[in-house]
Design a protein around this ligand. Structure first.
Ligand SMILES: Cc1cc2nc3c(=O)[nH]c(=O)nc-3n(C[C@H](O)[C@H](O)[C@H](O)COP(=O)(O)OP(=O)(O)OC[C@H]3O[C@@H](n4cnc5c(N)ncnc54)[C@H](O)[C@@H]3O)c2cc1C
Length: 410
């Protein structure tokens, strides 16, 4: 695939991410999956290589990269292993609400020390609760103002990188009577008394770890509030509009990896005295797989480009996320089919890719929720549309037949 329209620094970043993946992720993916814990050594190397904390502004010690730049890294690392890519990308997710809502002074005080030291430090994005999954506005975690401090109580679950995190971005309710308009976001350092509960036991992406995060009378200073009280849900949605392109990028990497592994296998494996790539049934599958990977790649780039150019990308990032992850999943299924028993054997590595792909359709908003986002945006757009075509239905009234020839109006 030709990487068109990239600036020289972006080409450099992409090449660095690809080289990192080839050396540190792809050959170790099966073993990292078996280890089933956050690969801190790998994250340290990714941090030193400048592949983390990508969108923190320069004034706060970060590289100030764009969303497109982030997708270059996530697509490359996703090609090696979706679990490692998730663990590496998680700081981008955790810090995105802060980049959106916090002041530079807050970023300098709370985030700069974490991203400029010698050791990698992790952030965790805490939105989901047991009763608030897709329905994120049902958040029960409470934040109450006491003097010049906020006291936080509640439990989050499924929080990526939380077992090793140093700072938690927490969405909490300040006034339940206001529903989602009562939500707020806080930066909560681990040292404030955050506890880690049950570690989730997953079927894939085992190189990233998720756990319950418990807040029991956790006090934080006033300046840990990000943005205004009441804007928490809005910041969460703005964050996800951005970061969904990151998941699409990982999915795009997975989709292409499946094409590459399956086609490499098909040009060497012989049955009935011929290479299986010569069977049209296999060749057509490979062609469809490449089409899916290419679609995932371009939708990701488009969603990121829109965000970087300050154009609302809510529809496009949702589409990029669900198309890319559905395509990655289908490609993983097809790659295993093409590789037959070897695809199904754990040691050939397709199992890790297959199990990792499934999560891409679930986290950061399930693919059903992405379709809800698109549907809701489409309905708003339809109200303003004038296609020039006269036939229309107004509620339950009969259609306007004024355009019909006289003899057919009767
Ligand atoms: C490995 C992993 C990592 C994660 N990391 C994080 C993290 O770092 N931070 C964080 O905050 N969260 C995280 N999550 C949580 C994740 O975002 C949620 O799992 C996801 O949003 C879905 O919520 P749920 O699991 O409660 O499913 P539910 O919301 O209960 O959904 C169950 C099913 O119902 C469907 N459904 C729900 N509502 C509708 C509807 N209105 N219309 C149609 N279908 C619907 C869903 O699509 C799904 O198929 C993670 C989850 C996993 C599995």
């Amino acid at each position: 695939m030709v990487d068109y329209n990239l600036l020289p620094y972006q080409q450099e970043l992409l090449e660095k991410a690809r080289a990192f993946t080839k050396e540190h992720i792809t050959p170790h993916a099966v073993e990292l999956d078996r280890a089933d814990e956050i690969p801190m050594d790998l994250l340290q190397k990714a941090y030193e290589a400048g592949l983390m904390n990508l969108h923190i502004p320069k004034e706060a010690g970060g590289p100030g990269y764009s969303l497109l730049d982030e997708t270059l890294v996530s697509e490359s690392t996703g090609y090696g292993d979706a679990g490692c890519a998730t663990a590496i990308m998680c700081n981008n997710l955790a810090f995105a609400p802060l980049v959106i809502g916090a002041t530079i002074e807050q970023l300098q005080k709370y985030i700069k020390p974490l991203i400029t030291g010698e050791k990698v430090k992790l952030g965790a994005f805490c939105l989901t609760e047991r009763e608030a999954g897709s329905d994120a506005a049902a958040t029960k975690t409470m934040a109450v103002k006491e003097g010049d401090e906020w006291v936080i109580n509640g439990r989050k679950c499924w929080i990526t990188n939380s077992p090793k995190a140093d700072i938690f971005t927490v969405f909490a309710q300040t006034d339940p009577s206001k529903g989602y308009k009562g939500m707020a976001v806080f930066m909560v350092p681990k040292s404030a008394g955050v506890e880690i509960g049950h570690i989730e036991n997953k079927i894939g992406q085992k190189a990233s770890a998720q756990a319950e995060v418990i807040f029991e009378n956790v006090y934080v200073p006033e300046d840990c509030l990000v943005g205004e009280v009441g804007k928490g849900f809005h910041i969460a949605m703005k964050t996800l509009d951005k970061t969904r392109a990151g998941i699409a990028a990982i999915a795009s990497g997975v989709a292409q990896r499946c094409v590459d592994e399956a086609s490499k296998f098909a040009i060497t494996r012989k049955q009935f005295g011929t290479k299986i790539a010569k069977f049209q049934g296999i060749g057509f599958m490979l062609a469809d797989m490449q089409a899916r990977a290419l679609a995932a790649h371009h939708l990701t780039r488009y969603a990121a480009w829109l965000a970087d150019n300050h154009i609302n990308n809510s529809t496009e990032s949702a589409i990029a996320k669900f198309v890319a992850s559905d395509n990655a999943m289908q490609n993983a299924i097809d790659a295993i089919q093409i590789m037959g028993g070897y695809g199904y054997a754990e040691e050939y590595g397709m199992g890790v890719i297959f199990r990792g792909a499934k999560l891409l359709q679930i986290y950061e908003g399930t693919n059903q929720v992405q379709r809800l986002v698109v549907m809701s945006n489409l309905k708003k757009r339809a109200k303003t549309l004038d296609t020039g075509f006269k036939l229309h239905y107004d509620g339950v009234d009969a259609p306007d037949h004024t355009w019909l020839p006289e003899e057919r109006k009767k």
